[in-house]
Design a binder for this molecule. Structure first.
Ligand code: FES
Length: 281
């Protein structure tokens, strides 16, 4: 998939922080008020800047919307994100984008959607989940398998629980939440690897589309399992978001052989990258 270059994407729009909600020890949820709608696709990202500190690619975690709200989850993992964690509602940030390819909803509509996510992978995947939920009549089913290391690291717990309950009354939605270990904390989901429940999900190879976002080891085992169930590479979509650095095709950090992940990705149909030796490392 190619993206059209738009020179206005070099100009940040100023965005006001409306709300910051701590989620875990390392992640905070940010809700911003933009000056104009982003018109993004699920899976795209923005370049977020804090004046005088720097700029970094950040996943968009809300589904497509025509208002001026932008939602993100930021992990405190460096000097910029540390400074972002210290900001307060009312402060101004710079936002450029959206960038990257994202999920093509036209390609997914009418198919049973299976989302398999590990850890921070839920952040960009939530945008796809919201997009599917917004048009649920257009999708036969939505299955979410979401895993993280421990209960203390689970993101969007209330939303995932609410979807679990919705699934109990609405046969189209199924949510399976897992942790690797409970760390002796209260936990109402399963314990095990995020790839384990794939075996129990009904998969019709022709009419199912699977979206994956998580750590590299998850892709490897999830794809092995999906292939053993007959899912073709062209029906698997992988979000390689974590390879980003500059986000605009300048640093080469995201390059996988001849493919620039930040421009052609971060969402790839698996048949596009299956033969690239470094794609899932
Ligand atoms: S992230 Fe720098 S070139 Fe893609």
């Amino acid at each position: 998939m190619t993206t059209t270059f738009d020179p206005t994407l070099y100009l940040p729009q100023l965005a006001r922080i409306r709300e910051i909600i701590p989620m875990t020890a390392r992640e905070k949820f940010f809700r911003l008020e933009l000056q104009k709608p982003l018109n993004h696709r699920p899976g795209q990202f923005v370049m977020l800047s804090l004046l005088g500190v720097g700029e970094a690619p950040i996943s968009i975690t809300c589904g497509p919307r025509d208002d001026t709200t932008l939602e993100m989850v930021i992990r405190d993992a460096g000097s910029l994100t540390h400074a972002l964690h210290a900001t307060k509602p009312g402060q101004t940030l710079g936002v450029r984008g959206p960038f990257g390819s994202g999920f093509d909803l036209d390609e997914l509509r009418g198919k049973a959607i299976v989302c398999i996510v590990g850890g921070l992978g839920l952040v960009p995947m939530r945008a796809l989940i919201q997009a599917v939920l917004a048009q649920l009549d257009a999708f036969p089913s939505l299955t979410i398998i979401s895993g993280c290391r421990s209960p203390a690291e689970e993101l969007f717990r209330d939303e995932m629980r609410a979807l679990e309950r919705l699934g109990d009354s609405n046969g189209k939605i199924r949510v399976i939440r897992l942790v690797d270990r409970t760390d002796h904390l209260p936990w109402d989901g399963r314990v095990g690897l995020v790839t384990a429940p794939i075996a129990e999900v009904p998969l019709d190879p022709e009419n199912t589309r699977v979206a994956l976002c998580g750590p590299p080891v998850m892709y490897k085992f999830a794809i092995m399992e999906l292939k053993s169930r007959g899912i073709p590479d062209a029906h698997i979509f992988v979000d390689l978001e974590r390879r980003m650095k500059c986000g605009v095709g300048k640093c080469g950090h995201c390059q996988i052989n001849q493919v620039y992940c930040c421009q052609e990705g971060p969402v790839f149909r698996f048949d596009r990258i299956a033969q690239l030796p470094e794609a899932l490392l």
